[in-house]
Ligand binder design. Structure first.
Ligand code: ZN
Ligand code: FE
Length: 257
């Protein structure tokens, strides 16, 4: 499976999964249709699936137009998003499976950013190949989504689920927010040497307009404060010894940053 990243709007990424043998594609969170249609034509593939992670406009904005061009496309989303995702046909719950070509994806229910948010995880199909996680606005490189409809406890539960995946899992998050996230991260985890280096590397990458997505779960576990609510340095930096309180305080500071 090949994955293509399409930058759209101010800082969104749309992801296109390609199966060139079968000449089919699936799209994750099509904010817009036009740039997706360009890539589909370029690769001469037919769109068979739209995988939505949540209902926000910058993730579903292209659904209807893609359905017009590809009337057989199947539109997936979370069961709790019923009524909020344009064209939704399949209502997914935690543990459900989706298929694309010969790939089987697992659905993870990860509320927090919204109450209905899901992720799609495609486990490795062979040894030494990474799994692929499409997590919408939940984990970002160096950060996490705002809590629009969920509580800190829910988000910690969702992050706990994601944190159990293998370290080499590739994380396809839906926004290029990495540099801003790391500038905040260093304020709550200033002595983390790997984070210091990452901030240098990402500053350099972004000054050359190089994308920082996908990221890997391993480096997120070591440098992303929103996966480190149980690390002593983070807890002392926000003066708490409670995991959920630590997460909530870090999220609160980021909201003000
Ligand atoms: Zn969102
Ligand atoms: Fe978004």
């Amino acid at each position: 499976m090949e994955i293509i990243r399409i930058p759209v709007l101010a800082d969104n990424y749309i992801f296109l999964m390609l199966d060139l043998d079968r000449k089919i594609a699936a799209v994750v969170d099509p904010a817009e249709a036009a740039p997706v249609l360009v890539e589909l034509a370029r690769h001469q593939v037919k769109l068979v699936a739209i995988f939505n992670t949540h209902h926000h406009g910058d993730h579903v904005g292209g659904n209807k137009e893609l359905m017009v061009v590809f009337p057989d496309v199947c539109v997936y989303g979370g069961v709790e998003d019923r009524g909020r995702i344009p064209g939704q046909q399949v209502y997914l719950a935690d543990g459900d499976r989706v298929q694309f070509g010969d790939q089987i994806g697992e659905v993870l229910f990860i509320p927090g950013h919204t109450r209905a948010h899901i992720a799609y995880y495609f486990p490795p199909v062979e040894i030494n190949v990474p799994g692929e996680l499409f997590c919408g606005d939940t984990i970002f490189a160096g950060g996490c989504g705002r809590l629009f409809e969920g509580t800190p406890a829910q988000m910690v539960g969702s992050m706990t689920k994601l944190r159990q995946l293998p370290d080499n899992t590739r994380i396809w998050c839906a926004h290029e927010y990495t540099l801003g996230n790391l500038k905040f991260a260093i304020t709550v985890d200033p002595d983390n040497q790997e984070l210091q280096q990452r901030l240098v590397d990402v500053t350099d990458a972004r000054s050359n307009l190089i994308p920082t997505v996908p990221t890997f779960l391993g480096i997120e576990k070591r440098t992303n404060p929103f996966l480190r609510w149980d690390v002593a340095a983070l807890q002392s930096s926000v003066a708490s010894n409670d995991a959920i309180e630590t997460f909530a305080r870090i999220r609160g500071r980021k909201d003000q940053f």
